[in-house]
Design a protein around this ligand. Structure first.
Ligand code: ST9
Ligand code: ZN
Ligand code: ZN
Length: 357
């Protein structure tokens, strides 16, 4: 609607309203609000709003934020990566069972994050019965990426306020920052401020999530470090050195970097067939390694879809896994965006790169 500027008297008998086109700022805000309303209409999981993008929140213009380094994290992360590099040199000397074990730990860790931390606890895209939730929380502990409550809180705030200072791994702050740098410095005050407004009552109410948070340090020690090292050493006589550096340090560093690539690569490079107005992008190659988790333009457009992709099993082992769990009754109420809504959205906001698969 045009904005009335002033009422001017043209003649004694008539008055007219002189209008001007709305300012760019106002126009942008209206567009964003319209976008938000349409987004809500598409939502097939109306009970949870905490991961729905809020385009009305934008950073104020100002100097770049100051970095407050956390030296403990910088030193530990550097040592861990050095350990993993040494692990690479040991790979050829490992027993075949150790390779298989490291690969199994990789798959279990990633599943814990994709099917558990991401699709179940952060986005509530499906429901899971206790045995599955138990498996997923243990698997996610093996991945050691912060406890479930903290991960889901950071992830919801990443979706809602994406590419602003309230996004913990804001990709506008550069590749290194959104890949790993954000774990080496104190969070921007906006993360705390906006994250503090989120409703996390579902997470607080879940005993398993709170139990993991309470005993997180000893559980991580056991699941991420002790168990993966002891199994090859005890079970098939692998050397302690090979077990520690390959099955534990190298495997953990690969899991971490694969996950971080979603924040860096999948927010910086790739097509945006579903919504060209956001930075998240599609990356099929990354999705293969992440068991289906880098169809990131689709995922940020439709965060309530349990497949995090328009498709089901294509480069998406996690969806296959959830479907298998559904077949045996351990997963249910799987949310999937109807094809017609997807196609309408592609037409409305896509970048034109869409090819039906
Ligand atoms: C790791 C995490 O690697 C990786 C996450 C990747 C996420 C990927 C997401 C995108 C992928 C999507 C698909 C992928 C799916 C899965 C992939 C497959 C694997 N809201 O944090 P603190 C408040 S971890 C509201 O200490 P500092 C709160 O009160 C690796 N409030 O902030 C909190 O207290 P509490 C291993 C918030 O002091 C207080 O602030 N771990 C929020 O600035 C303090 O919080 C590490 O390296 C919020 N969002 O420190 C450790 N956040 O918790 C890394 C905070 O008691 N972390 N508050 O309620 C740290 O050391 C610190 O967090 C820090 C910041 C130094 C980074
Ligand atoms: Zn997500
Ligand atoms: Zn993202």
């Amino acid at each position: 609607m045009p904005v009335p500027l002033l009422r001017e008297k043209i003649s004694d008998s008539s008055t007219t309203t002189i209008t001007a086109p709305p300012s760019m700022d106002l126009q942008n805000k209206r567009e964003k609000l319209k976008e938000m309303v349409l987004h809500l209409v598409e939502d097939i999981r109306p009970e949870m709003k905490e991961d729905i993008y809020d385009p009305t929140y934008q950073d104020e213009v100002g100097p770049p934020p100051k970095l407050e380094y956390v030296w403990r994290n910088i030193i530990l992360m550097a040592l861990l990566h050095l350990g993993a590099l040494y692990g690479v040199t040991l790979v050829p000397g490992c027993k075949a069972y150790t390779w298989l074990w490291a690969f199994l730990c990789y798959v279990v860790s990633i599943l814990g994050m994709t099917a558990g931390a991401h699709r179940l606890w952060s986005h509530r895209t499906y429901k899971a019965r206790l045995p599955l939730r138990l498996f997923l929380i243990i698997a996610s502990t093996m991945a050691f990426q912060n406890d479930m409550y903290e991960w889901a809180r950071d992830h919801r705030v990443h979706h809602k306020f994406t590419e602003t200072h309230a996004d913990p791994h804001n990709s506008r702050r550069g590749f290194f920052f959104c890949h790993v740098g954000w774990l080496l410095v104190r969070k921007h005050p906006a993360v705390r401020e906006k994250g503090g407004l989120l409703d996390l009552s579902d997470l607080k109410a879940e005993k398993l999530v709170m139990l993991q948070r309470r005993y997180y340090k000893p559980s991580v020690l056991l699941m991420c470090f002790i168990l993966p090292t002891l199994v090859p050493w005890y079970c098939w006589g692998e050397t302690f050195r090979h077990s520690l550096y390959v099955a534990t340090f190298l495997r953990y560093v690969i899991v971490l970097n694969m996950t971080w690539l979603v924040n860096s690569v999948a927010h910086l490079y790739g097509y945006r067939p579903y919504d060209k107005n956001i930075e998240a992008r599609e990356n099929a190659l990354l999705s293969l390694g992440l068991l289906g988790e880098a169809f990131h333009n689709y995922h940020h457009t439709f965060p309530y879809d349990y497949s995090t992709s328009e498709y089901r099993w294509s480069l998406n082992f996690t969806t296959f896994f959830i479907d298998c769990m559904a077949a045996i009754g351990l997963a249910y109420d799987l949310k999937k965006v109807p094809k017609a809504s997807i196609l309408a959205r592609i037409k409305r906001t896509g970048d034109g790169s869409y090819k039906s698969g």
